[in-house]
Design a protein around this ligand. Structure first.
Ligand code: HEM
Length: 458
């Protein structure tokens, strides 16, 4: 999303709490305040729960199998199986892996501080790979690039084809659908990349050699009674990897930008971590079980996503029947979009990175009052996992790392898509004590050798 598009969405809020846009044959209502988002997306979630047809990005590019943009009837079954990711048991099990990958990330910081952004990338990919497939990430640069390109092409396909704005055109006879010449090879290529990641893990599950994971224990577990085909299951698993990696990496990069811009917040956060985890040679690494005691760190995770939202708009929540709201009649098919910038700026001192605004007793619930994860029944299925990843890494980075600007940067330009350094940062470790602590913990967790390899495996 360019700053110009962002400004355009921001401007839409000038017209009030809701703004109607006619885009092709679709009608979208931009929801510009927290109040209307809560009313329409959350309270009326049972009626605003489907998605509008997207013959290109959902149909051709995703083979009608990415649940994120599926209409309600098709979405219910993949959502049912993914729902376990929000449960306490899953959080407990996957938490161990999040802590271990985070320990490796910290060791990478010690060994290669200049590659800080690469460590976020590896962490995010590796942790979701482990949750989905049960293995630590051992993919070649080419395989990782291919997966990254699947995300880029898919996201890039949303809204770019005129056909998705006039979906009735997809009812033309196939030989007249000339756009297929462009989009079909892209969708088929995406399918082949997914296959190359999926077939080995499915085989391991069949042969009984797979390690515990979402795929083995939930998706392909006969007790789950998942009714989708092999291809459906493949898209559920790979979509999870896609959705879980970039978002986490981007949020961690935003955290670094906040550290450059608001060092005073990081000093305060460090004092909180020090109080709970000790200092100097007596310090220990923060753990997920510290969450209740590290409320300020939890508030920082929320503020990161409010201050520089990853999603400027969320996918449209579409009305599945006509309904009335405060004197307006919305016909079936109307799409509702959360306009994240005005919604996130509906507070005091919106330009400041000010975690205190979230210290309201709900700071450990990342989705409370924050709409970056969408909402209603479609709310991001990974939001609790995301929160835990952000928490553990923010707490540890705040504890042990000092971030300073290393050249000119524009604090509004995050270069979120960049795989190279998104903005110039000088990274130094707080002191030898913290380096020793991290190296010791990485040794105990058995990830030191992997941390040394990081440059070669990305
Ligand atoms: C900062 C991190 C993240 C943000 C901001 C984020 C945001 C979102 C948003 C806005 C949606 C659409 C919700 C709606 O339509 O109302 C979504 C859906 C989704 N997210 Fe996330 N997400 C994050 C992390 C994750 C993680 C870590 C995972 C995987 C564990 C994940 C998996 C998914 C999936 C699978 C969907 C589609 C759910 C469905 O089809 O019902 N996300 N996310």
């Amino acid at each position: 999303m360019t700053p110009t598009t962002e400004m355009y969405f921001w401007d839409l809020a000038k017209y009030g709490e809701m703004t109607t846009l006619h885009l092709g044959s679709k009608t979208w209502i931009f929801l510009n305040s927290k109040r209307v988002v809560a009313e329409i997306i959350a309270k009326r979630g049972s009626m605003t729960n489907t998605r509008s047809p997207m013959p290109v990005s959902s149909g051709i590019v995703s083979h009608d199998r990415r649940s994120l943009i599926m209409p309600q009837e098709a979405w219910a079954e993949p959502r049912r199986v993914m729902h376990s990711l929000l449960s306490g048991t899953a959080l407990q099990q996957y938490g161990e892996w999040q802590e271990m990958e985070s320990t490796q990330m910290m060791a990478e910081y010690v060994l290669k501080p200049r590659s800080w952004y690469r460590h976020h990338y590896r962490y995010a990919n590796s942790v979701i790979h482990r949750i989905a497939f049960g293995e630590r990430l051992q993919k070649s640069t080419k395989e990782l690039e291919d997966m990254q390109n699947c995300v880029t092409f898919f996201v890039g396909s949303i809204g770019t084809s005129i056909i998705d704005w006039f979906p009735d055109l997809a009812k033309l006879p196939k030989f007249l659908q000339v756009w297929r010449l462009y989009w079909t090879p892209l969708g088929d290529w995406n399918y082949d990349v997914y296959r190359s990641w999926w077939d080995p893990i499915r085989r391991q599950v069949e042969e009984g050699t797979a390690k515990p994971s979402f795929v083995r224990d939930v998706l392909l577990n006969p007790e789950t009674k998942y009714s989708g085909s092999d291809e459906d299951a493949m898209y559920v698993a790979l979509q999870l990897i896609e959705a879980g990696s970039d978002t986490t990496r981007e949020a961690l990069n935003i955290m670094v930008m906040a550290a450059l811009e608001h060092p005073e917040v990081f000093s305060k956060a460090r004092a909180e971590v020090d109080r709970v985890c000790g200092t100097g040679p007596d310090a220990r690494l923060p753990r997920l079980s510290d969450m209740e005691q590290l409320g300020y760190i939890c508030a920082m995770a929320k503020e990161i996503l409010r201050w520089r939202p990853i999603f400027v708009v969320t996918p449209d929540h579409t009305a599945s029947k006509d309904f009335e709201f405060e004197g307006y009649t919305f016909p079936e098919g109307t799409g509702f979009v959360i306009n994240e910038v005005p919604v996130g700026n509906e507070c005091e001192r919106p330009d400041d990175f000010y975690p205190e605004r979230w210290m309201d007793g709900h700071e450990t619930d990342i989705a409370h009052g924050l709409w970056q994860f969408g909402g209603g029944r479609r709310i991001c299925v990974g939001y609790r996992l995301a929160q835990r990843s952000l928490f553990i890494n923010i707490a540890r980075l705040v504890q042990s790392v000092d971030f300073k600007p290393a050249g000119f940067y524009n604090p509004k330009v995050l270069n979120l898509e960049a795989v190279n350094e998104p903005f110039p940062v000088q990274v130094t470790m707080r002191s030898k004590d913290y380096e020793n602590l991290i190296i010791r913990e990485a040794g105990v967790a058995g990830v030191m050798e992997d941390a040394k390899l990081v440059r070669d495996t990305l």
